[in-house]
Design a protein around this ligand. Structure first.
Ligand code: ATP
Ligand code: ZN
Length: 210
């Protein structure tokens, strides 16, 4: 029997819920913060703790067989993975926002403007689909300060409650994608016996919640 590897986020918004869902599946493992790999003692599975950005490619390349990661990260990296199950946590939207007093209120009005984001791939696709020619400024974090500093006319970022936007004098005007944490696998592994078993356990945990 092959020991599977599942990649989950090491620390951050998805870590706790990812560990929790695996534990609720009856999997027994140590969750040391210092260790990057943990062996499940009662199922042929190892858990790899990684940065979320690296998970899609690790799963695509088969370094990990399975992964738990936000759909937004999968789309942004363009990784080729199989979607097995939506997990109901890590829910958020990716939205375009502008300053409260901005007259930009439609996608068309972004033409010729500068948009700051950490998600250039998703944004580029959206702009192309809408035939808008805007300049994408790729920033790795804190994109919300851009418009206030005159760095950008708009931002494209993850929004869950909207609090960060509000605190920075911004308002969203369009939602580009909704995202939540999903279980993914290396293509072709969907029918592996242990993968099927694990997916069934996860599905019954999710059913018990609703
Ligand atoms: P890492 O150190 O692993 O790279 P990170 O800082 O990129 O972590 P987090 O902020 O922990 O990532 O977010 C992980 C995922 O949680 C996001 O990619 C997204 O799918 C989801 N998410 C849900 N709500 C939010 C939110 N309000 N802000 C950011 N991400 C959110
Ligand atoms: Zn990340």
């Amino acid at each position: 029997m092959k020991t599977l590897k599942i990649a989950i986020q090491k620390s951050g918004r998805l870590n706790e819920k990812s560990v929790e869902i695996l534990k609720n599946c009856g999997l027994s493992f140590e969750n040391y913060k210092s260790s990057l790999i943990s062996t499940v003692t009662n199922f042929p599975l190892e858990i790899l703790f990684l940065r979320d950005d690296d998970i899609p490619e690790y799963v695509q390349d088969g370094i990990a067989d399975l992964g738990i990661v936000g759909e937004n990260v999968i789309v942004e990296t363009g990784a080729n993975v199989s979607y097995l199950q939506k997990l109901g946590f890590g829910k958020c939207s990716l939205k375009i926002a502008v300053k409260n007093d901005s007259d930009i209120d439609s996608v068309a009005k972004l033409d010729g403007k500068v948009i700051a984001t950490s998600y250039p791939v998703i944004l580029d696709k959206y702009l192309k689909a809408n035939q808008v020619n805007a300049q994408i400024r790729n920033i790795s974090g804190s994109v919300e300060i851009g418009p206030g500093l005159g760095l950008s006319d708009a931002i494209f970022d993850i929004v869950s409650t909207g609090g960060t936007l509000k605190n920075n004098g911004l308002k969203p005007f369009t939602s580009v994608m909704n995202s939540e944490a999903v279980l993914v696998a290396t293509p072709g592994l969907e029918f592996n016996t242990e993968v099927v078993e694990l997916v069934q356990r996860i599905q019954s945990v999710l059913r018990a919640r609703t």
